[in-house]
Every structure is written in C-alpha cells, then in structure tokens.
Design a protein around this ligand. Structure first.
Ligand code: AMP
Length: 730
C-alpha cells in the first residue's frame, strides 16, 4: 500500500561462467568457439560473454585473413582455409546472438509473448471482457470499463475473495467513501509523499515517469544491444535493481548520463520532480474544504479502528476488510489493466498484538511449498526457489507466523482462481524498498507477457498507521490487555515545573513542556544524570527549532513503582492488499490458449477458466431448430436457474461446432446439447468429451461440477460417454 509503488521487475541472472580465450589460429579459434558453445551457457551473463568471445574470434580471424591476403606469401589453399574458418566463426557468432536474444526475451521468446498478449487482448476486447472507457470520445488513458463477461469474472473473483478471506476468518467488512478529507491523508503521509518522479518534454510539455524512461532505456539496451560489454550490462542491471531507491537527483543524473530524451519527439527532458498521484477535489460548495479521491481503501479501516475494536468485543487479533475503488493519477498509464487510474482494491487489515504474532491456523498452511524469492536470493543474483512456508517462517526468512499465514492464504486464493503455480512467486522487499517502519513485506508477483507483476502486497506495517492517526486526531487508537492479577511495574515519571519553565521561557513554555513530556525513557534518563551531575543541560525543542537550557528545578525525572491492571498498546497491522484488475488480467493470460479447428483451417481461442471464475457456467444448445428441442432446452434452463447456475441458451442457426467455439472463447466450462427430449449431452470445454445425462439430472450434475462437489472424471465414470456427430464442425 502506501508509497510502495509498482516496482520494476528485477533482472538478475546467475554469475558469469568463464570461457576459454580465443586465439588467432583458425583451428584453435574454432576449437575455442566450439568450447564456448559446448558450455551451453544458460545464464544471460554467460551468453553475453560467449557472444563477446565469438565476436572477438570473428574479428581476430578476419584480421588473420586480411594479413594472409596482404602478405602475399600465403598459398591459395591457406587463404581459402582461413576464409572458411572465418565463415564458420560467423555462423557460430550468429547462433550465439540468437541464443542471447532468446534469453533476454528480444528474440523468439519476446515475439511469442507479444503475440500471446495480442491474441488475448484482441479476444478480451472483442468479447467485451473490458474496453477502453469513453471510447466514442477517443477514450482516456488508464480508464477501462468491464463489459458483461468481464463484470461477471470480476464479481466471481470478489465473491471468492469474500468467501476465502472474509468468511473464513470472520473479518469485519466495511465500506467507506472514496472522497476523503485532507486531514486523513495528511496523517497517513499521502499528501506529502504519495508521489512519483516525473519529467517533462521541454518543448511539448508531455509528461513521463522518470523511472519508466530509465527502466525502458536499460531494458532495451540489455535486450537489443547484443554487443553490450559485460560491464555495461552489469551496470544497467544494477540500475534496474535499484531503480526504486534512486532520488530525484540520482534519476536526473542517470537520464542525463545516458542521453535519454522524450521518446515521442526526441526533445530534451526536464529534471525529475515529484508529482502527487492523488486526484484532488473540494468537499462542499465553498471550495474551502480540500478532499482527495482515496488512493487506497486502508485508511477507511484505520480511522474506524476504535469502533471496530469495540465491535469485536475488545479482542485481538481481528481483521477488517474492504473492497472498493482506488484512484491514482498515474503519470503515464500503460500495460492495459495493469496500470490504470481507477481500480478495485481488496484490502485486509489484520490487527495483532506486536508481542504475539503467532497464528493458530498457521499449521494449515505450513506444508505449502511454492516459489519464494527472499531478499538474499535477489541480492546474490539467484532465482526464486521452491520453499516450504513452514521452513521459511521457522528460519526467520518470513518475519512471523501471521505474515506467513497470509502469504499461504494468498497463494491458495490465487492458485484456486486459476493462476499458474509456476508463474507465481512471493518476492520479499529489499531493505531499501520497504518503508522504514515496516517489519517485513512480500509481494505476490505473477508472471505474464509484461514480466513479473506485483499483484498482491503483503506487509507487516507494525503500528505505524494507527499511531499516525492517533497523533493527528488525538483519539487513542489502542488496544488493552487486562491482566488476571495486577502487575508491579517501574514507570518513568517526568514532571515539568510549569512555574519555573514559564519564568524562563515565557510564551514558549508550552512547547518546552510538551517536548520534555515527549522524551523517550533513554533521553529522560540521560537528562536526569546530566542534571544531577552538572545542574543543567542543553535540550533540543524541535517545535522551537533550537536548543534551550534546562536547569534542575525545571523538571523532575524519576522511576516510580506502580500497580498496573492492564497493558495499553498500539496494535501492529498485517496488510494483504489485492489489485483485483491485475489479478484478473494475469488470470486471463494464464487461462488463454488456442487449438486448431476440426478442419485445421483456423485457430480457435479458449479461456480455460475454472468454473469458479467462468463468467457463465453453462450454455444450452438445441442441436437443430425444432419446437421439441426448444421446449426441452427451456426446461433445462429453468432447472439451471432454480439451481442458481448462470447460463445462456443459444438457438442461433449456426453449426453446433461454431456455437461451441463461441462459448469456449468466453470460457464457459460446460455445454448442454439438446439432441433428444429425454436425455442430452454435457460437454466439457477443454477435453471436449461428452457424457449423456437424463434431462431431469442435468441441472444437478452441472451444479455439482461448477461448485466443485464432483470433477469431470467423477461424472464421466458415472454417466455413459457420448461419441456423436455434434462436435464434428469444431
Ligand atoms: P500499493 O498500495 O501500491 O502496494 O498497491 C496495492 C496493489 O494495488 C498492488 O499490489 C497492485 O496490485 C495494485 N495497483 C497499484 N497501482 C495500480 C494501478 N495503477 N493500476 C492497477 N493496479 C494497481
């Protein structure tokens, strides 16, 4: 959430392996090149080195050929042999360049990703899963509408989210306004710090995100400039890795150093400066009360903490949840649904005692094993590794059980939705990425054609948010632990002498008193000892912006024994924050595939959505147009409605194969084909297998399948297979 902006993909690769040095003799150079190839270097660094070696071998051999020709003394056979060797080296160098291209994604891999994205996005827009908003007015960057199937997918994802998190954990759901008064976002720090660094085209005024330009430049160099020297490649990778951590000055310096200019016009760029991403508005007609469209939903929960805590019987831990729109005036929205200016967030704030972050249900997820990318692996240039969640927590890789529990639950949520396990990893924030107050942060990143994308942030934000709102509002947002028996505690007591301070500081007395009372235990004890030894001490009063002299009679500092009946503390918060649009887009890509039509003349698009997500669970097709089949289809549709299964009847006169293809393209998992008035077929989308089921049982079979009580294998074992002509045209 706060200030943890969408980060660039970190590009690391394994450490380079050494490659034999080339020599100029054709035979030995060839051997060296062959050796280089045979090392089958897989890492990008090694491939880059191999290419450099091959290139050097080509250059050296070309030089050798020139020397042979110029010397005049070489026989024709020698020259021919050297030329042949040069040709062979060039072939090898070409192959090395292709291997590198593939590894960095600019070659076949990159093209394939681009092709996949085009196919997915075309299908999604054509089928109205989502469309650019206000299209007839040429649209607005970063704003999208969900069309009918998209709305259903989103509703299904959110309904599963409520079931998986809110229901399972008995969370307290709230629904707060999007328009938020300034004071709330001042307390949270958004007014001051929710910024991205922007640069402007100096002639046209077009704005760009400074880090995006630098990132694009480095990525393009790494992907397209295959002759990049190793040191330069390393430098660009380092820049990509620390991009989030660069100050405005450092970003500006890099942009200048690399000669980066406006991509559209090639004009020079301004220095980077911060741009606040919040949409500002005013509340009420006077224009005097400043408000903002909320950039996240979390603040609505924090400001309600006191009431929610009482609602929960003053017991910790408990979690509150909220689903709602968030608004960020992104500088240059791109990548479709991945970076937009208004999006749906689903956020959980789990409040917990900072002294006990264990979780009673952690055992339920401890055995899960998935790709984790702790910061040590990132910093040593390794890749994400399969790790058992229980081990990650017990070894301290993940800070505490509650954070671990939510990582596990997020994993289950995403994979049950249909996110591919192999393209999901949990990446720990690097120290410089994390807010200073955070105890630990992990992002669920999903790989799609745009790279690894942060889709869920899971952060232990300690007590920061509640403290900030307590301070600003003056309302203590705290929890209590009642002791069964009173406990004796030693407490620091600071008693400023207002009379003496008033005489010494007059109008500034109040500020000095407040500063004395706000001292930490350490500061107070240091002052006590200074006053006892020297009689006076210098003391910095931040609100006055200067040091003052405090004498012994101005303050009394001591430790007192007291009986306490309860402990009062500010709870820590563990916050999983889900970008619903990003999850849905990745789900679209992971679910999409094409298969040839029966005639093999065209490729048909399919979304293999699990029934849970599918926009429509079932279609009903009368095989041919006649009254009896239409009537039977209506009976089935009625039973499906009663069973609560979303469905459509398709009676268009096109072939059944075409109708199947049409529903496959929006990911409908089951199709009922009415080819008799007593029993019909049910077809499963991905296997295209069909079973024959009595008309009276259809709704209950489809219900079991879509609600997960039966699998296709279960029903296939129970009902006869249908091998018929219906699908012939598919
Ligand atoms: P943040 O508060 O920046 O950590 O964002 C929380 C989640 O919101 C991220 O994990 C993303 O999934 C999502 N998100 C952030 N910014 C955008 C955006 N501009 N467009 C779509 N989703 C976003």
């Amino acid at each position: 959430m706060v200030f943890m902006r969408f980060r660039p993909q970190l590009i690391f690769s394994s450490l380079p392996r050494s490659i034999p040095k080339p020599r100029t003799s054709p035979a030995t150079t060839l051997a060296a090149a062959a050796a280089a190839t045979s090392m089958a270097a897989t890492s990008e660094d090694a491939l880059r080195r191999a290419l450099a070696e091959h290139q050097a071998a080509v250059d050296a051999q070309a030089e050798a050929v020139r020397a042979l020709k110029a010397g005049g003394g070489a026989s024709k056979a020698d020259v021919d042999a050297a030329v042949e060797a040069l040709k062979a080296l060039k072939v090898e160098a070409g192959a090395a360049a292709r291997r590198l291209q593939q590894a960095v994604g600019a070659g076949a891999g990159g093209a394939a990703r681009e092709e996949l994205r085009q196919a997915v996005v075309n299908t999604l827009e054509r089928k109205l899963f989502y469309i650019p908003s206000f299209k007839i007015y040429r649209g607005v960057a970063g704003l999208y509408d969900y069309g009918p199937p998209g709305c259903r997918v989103k509703a299904n994802v959110l309904s599963f989210w409520r079931q998986h998190f809110v229901l399972e954990e008995n969370m307290l759901e709230v629904d707060c306004p999007c328009v938020t008064p300034e004071i709330v976002l001042k307390a949270s720090g958004h007014v001051e710090k929710f910024t991205d660094l922007m640069v402007k085209d100096e002639k046209t005024g077009t704005c760009y995100r400074a880090d995006h330009l630098l990132k694009d430049f480095c990525k393009e160099k790494l992907e397209k400039d295959l002759t990049l020297p190793q040191e330069k490649a390393d430098e660009f990778k380092r820049v990509l890795a620390i991009l989030d951590d660069l100050s405005a000055e450092e970003l500006g310096a890099k942009i200048k150093e690399y000669g980066i200019i406006a991509p559209d016009t090639k004009n020079p760029l301004s220095d980077p400066y911060p741009f606040n991403l919040m949409f500002q508005t005013s509340i009420g007609p006077t224009g005097l009360s400043v408000g903002y469209m909320r950039p996240e939903t979390a603040q609505g929960i924090f400001v309600n903490f006191k009431d929610l805590y009482y609602y929960n019987g003053q017991k910790l831990p408990f979690a509150a949840a909220q689903i709602g729109q968030a608004f960020r005036n992104e500088i240059s929205p791109r990548q479709g649904l991945l970076r937009v200016r208004e999006f749906t967030l689903a956020e959980i704030e789990h409040f917990v005692d900072p002294e006990d972050k264990s979780h009673p249900k952690f055992v339920d997820v401890a055995d899960l094993e998935f790709l984790m990318f702790p910061r040590e692996l990132q910093l040593s240039g390794e890749s994400a590794k399969l790790m058992k969640l229980g081990d990650a927590v017990s070894k301290g890789t993940v800070n505490n059980e509650t954070l671990g529990y939510f990582i596990g639950r997020v994993y289950l949520f995403l994979t049950r939705l249909g996110i591919d396990k192999g393209q999901l990893r949990f990446r720990q924030h690097l120290p410089n990425e994390m807010a200073h107050y955070a105890a630990d942060c992990w992002d669920a990143e999903i790989e799609c054609s745009y790279g690894w994308i942060e889709c869920v942030g899971i952060a232990d934000r300690s007590a920061y948010d509640l403290r900030a709102h307590s301070e600003k509002s003056g309302v203590p947002l705290v929890a209590h632990e009642k002791f069964s028996k009173p406990r004796e505690v030693e407490k620091l007591v600071i008693v400023p002498s207002k009379k003496d301070l008033g005489l010494a500081f007059k109008g500034n007395q109040k500020m000095v008193v407040e500063a004395l009372e706000a001292m930490s235990e350490k500061e107070a004890l240091e002052m006590k000892s200074a006053l006892e030894t020297k009689g006076e001490t210098s003391f910095k009063v931040c609100t006055l912006g200067k040091d003052v002299v405090i004498t012994k009679k101005m303050v009394s500092i001591g430790m007192e024994k007291k009986l306490e009946h309860q402990r009062v503390f500010t709870p820590s918060v563990i916050e999983p924050s889900f970008g619903i649009g990003r999850i849905i887009y990745c789900l679209f890509e992971h679910s999409f595939y094409t298969r040839p039509s029966k005639s093999e003349e065209e490729q048909l698009n399919v979304f293999r959505f699990p029934p849970l997500v599918a926009p429509i669970k079932c279609t009903v097709f009368p095989l041919v147009k006649n009254q009896e089949f239409d009537a039977a289809a209506k009976v089935i549709a009625k039973a499906l409605t009663t069973a609560g299964i979303s469905h459509i009847i398709d009676t268009t006169a096109i072939s059944i194969g075409r109708r199947y293809a049409r529903t496959d393209e929006i990911g409908v998992p089951f199709a009922v084909t009415v080819d008799s008035t007593t029993n019909v077929t049910i077809r499963e989308r991905d296997s295209k297998e069909q079973i024959r089921v009595d008309i009276t049982e259809v709704a209950s079979v489809v219900k079991q399948l879509t609600e997960g009580q039966s699998t296709w294998a279960d029903v296939s074992a129970k009902y006869p297979a249908h091998v018929g002509p219906q699908g012939d045209q598919e």
